[in-house]
Design a protein around this ligand. Structure first.
Ligand SMILES: O=C(O)C1=C[C@@H](OP(=O)(O)O)[C@@H](O)[C@H](O)C1
Ligand SMILES: C=C(OP(=O)(O)O)C(=O)O
Length: 428
């Protein structure tokens, strides 16, 4: 196992039970291929909840077999009342709300990291609606004991700055609780496109909502069951955009991806134009090509709406030597790992000293001031996006990835796809 670098002491104390690593390399910088991307876990997990709330007899199509989608399906088809959702944040939050409106006693827990990811904003809201939820270990965090019951809607004030998943979780159950629900969002709302995604999907299943200013209103109403196909994952696509930007030549077909997507991360198609990557829609895919050898002199990006692609862009910038100032990263510390510290630690292995000038910001001046590792071994901190975002670095030099199978959380076939376009990947 490779040890996480020691720049940030918060991560030093974690216990990494890493079992294996992969060595990745590539003999040229040319990428051509057709990639069968996994389906969006955000869409799949919403569709599964809505499907259950509408007692739908119709199939949900193109559900990929990633851990976070699997666990949601297992819980929704289980005949026990105790659930372990592992590392899946959306499943934890969506199921807490879902179970609160089903009469019965439920226990929901997750991985050690899940027990450090806050949930009190959602629990307070559900308790105010008539559920009874208790913390079984630490106040404010999973595991939870839930006494589900008939919930009664009201006007709820909710902090929107911690996680949009609490808001999406409440919105999805809103039409089936007595009197519907009004949410008044306080503070700066994070990950807004994911809330919009929730409302758009609810609409596709027949539920109307109104979002005006900081208030979202959903009346009591019935979902309309229907057949539904999940589109490919734009966050998963970001690693292919990153690869195209890093390559000398690239032409990659990303199957089942839609340029006009429900997912907020489709925004990256415009970001990558500055790196010479063009996107073209076909009826059932997006084809990306490296059309020019260009890159920005400096990159300024705000990730408040797209937190999951922060790692993609940070690794890309360091490899392309593009100085950057990233803002809107406040929520990264409570994701699968503290992604701010993890990025600082791992990018230091390439010689880049990434600063955190303020809470929620990362900055790099484009110079390499730290000693470089000859064969950098990337620690992944139980975070799929660390492995997914660092693997493309193998286009520049051989690298190792620790605990590489973390990618199964959202993208189980990632290494097979990399091999398909010519990466050499061997156990190290
Ligand atoms: O609702 C969703 O599907 C998600 C919302 C975002 O979380 P936050 O709202 O906590 O930022 C995102 O990071 C996560 O991967 C998926
Ligand atoms: C933050 C993420 O997931 P979740 O919150 O669902 O665990 C992610 O996939 O980057």
């Amino acid at each position: 196992m490779c040890k996480p670098e020691t720049q940030n002491s918060k991560l030093k104390t974690e216990n990494f039970q890493l079992t294996m690593k992969y060595r990745l390399s590539k003999s040229d910088k040319i990428i051509r291929g057709s990639i069968d991307l996994p389906s969006s876990k955000s869409i799949a997990n919403r569709a599964l909840i809505i499907h259950a709330l509408s007692y739908s007899p119709y199939p949900l199509k193109n559900l990929s077999s990633s851990d976070d989608i699997d666990v949601m399906q297992q819980v929704l088809t289980s005949n026990t009342n105790q659930f372990d959702i592992g590392h899946a944040g959306t499943a934890m939050r969506f199921l807490t709300a879902f179970l609160s409106q089903i009469v019965g006693q439920w226990v929901i827990t997750g991985s050690e990291r899940m027990k450090q990811r806050p949930i009190h904003v959602l629990v307070d809201a559900l308790n105010a609606l008539g559920a009874k939820i208790e913390y079984m270990e630490k106040e404010g965090f999973p595991p939870l004991k839930i006494w589900g019951s008939h919930l009664k809607g009201q006007v709820l004030e909710l902090d929107g700055s911690v996680s949009s998943q609490y808001i999406s979780a409440l919105l999805m159950i809103a039409p089936v609780i007595e009197g519907g629900l009004t949410l008044r969002l306080k503070n700066k709302v994070t990950s807004r496109p994911y809330i919009e995604l929730t409302l758009k999907l609810m609409k596709q299943f027949g539920v109307r909502s109104v979002w005006k200013g900081n208030e979202i209103r959903v009346d009591e109403q019935a979902y309309q069951a229907r057949e539904f196909t999940v589109e490919a994952d734009w966050t998963g696509a970001s690693y292919w955009y990153q690869l195209a930007a890093l390559a000398n030549e690239a032409e990659i077909e990303l199957k089942n991806l839609r340029l006009m997507s429900l997912q907020g991360d489709c925004e990256i198609a415009s970001w990558f134009k500055a790196f010479g990557v063009d996107s073209k829609a076909t009826p059932d895919s997006v084809i990306i090509t490296k059309s020019a050898d260009i890159q920005p002199k400096h990159l300024q990006l705000n990730f408040i709406e797209n937190p999951d692609v922060a790692q993609t862009m940070a690794v890309l910038c360091v490899l392309k030597k593009v100085p950057f100032h990233f803002t809107g990263l406040e929520t990264l510390k409570i994701k699968e790992t503290d992604r701010i510290a993890a990025l600082q630690n791992e990018l230091a292995k390439f010689g880049a000293d990434i600063k955190e000038p303020k809470h929620g910001e990362l900055q790099w001046d484009g110079t390499f001031t730290l000693p470089k590792d000859e064969l950098p071994c990337m620690a992944t901190y139980h975070d799929h996006r660390m492995a997914l975002a660092f693997a493309p670095a193998a286009l520049f030099q051989p690298i190792e990835i620790d605990d590489p199978e973390v990618v199964t959380k959202s993208y189980p076939h990632y290494y097979e796809h990399l091999k398909q376009v010519g990466f050499e990947i061997v156990p190290a």
